[in-house]
Design a protein around this ligand. Structure first.
Ligand code: FES
Length: 152
């Protein structure tokens, strides 16, 4: 197992402590950016926290990831200015273009991760998305697909 020493140190830190599931998962996720199935099973076996409980927490809170993050992060703003300018339509256009279903935020090829954000600080360009550090505004469902196609 990759990073076994780090994982063992985290397990040791939380072993036997009540209410440790969330901080345990946060620390485990900090190692590689997501919680692998293998890591959660190993942590469950060595902490006594039931795997069902661990998985329930990991899937309930949006701060936890069960897959690696994509190479490009797409932030779709759903703040007020973007909302009234069609942010929901843009979000669905991105999902559709990337063939993402409602439950997945990362494409199968690991290229993109899609996230919602509250405001990107450039409301006059609504509706707005950011791809990595690039801001794209005044979007339409057609233009957003063309923008996504520019990224390798
Ligand atoms: S509400 Fe979208 S950038 Fe501010």
């Amino acid at each position: 197992m990759e990073n076994k020493n780090k994982i063992d140190a985290i397990i040791e830190k939380y072993k036997g402590k009540k209410g440790a599931t969330i901080p345990l998962l946060q620390d485990l996720q900090a190692i590689g950016g997501f919680l692998s199935r293998e890591t959660m099973i190993y942590a469950s076996e060595h902490t006594g926290i039931k795997i069902a409980d661990m998985y329930g927490v990991a899937t309930f809170y949006s701060m936890f990831r069960l897959k690696p993050q994509g190479r490009h992060i797409i932030r779709v703003c759903k703040g007020t200015a973007c909302h009234v300018s069609g942010a929901e339509t843009i979000f669905h256009a991105v999902q559709s273009h990337l063939k993402l279903n409602e439950l997945d935020d990362t494409t199968d090829d690991g290229k993109y991760t899609l996230v919602e954000v509250a405001c990107l600080g450039c409301c006059s360009l609504a509706p707005v998305i950011m791809i990595d550090e690039d801001t794209h505004g005044k979007l339409t469902p057609d233009s957003v697909g063309k923008i996504l196609d520019r990224y390798e």
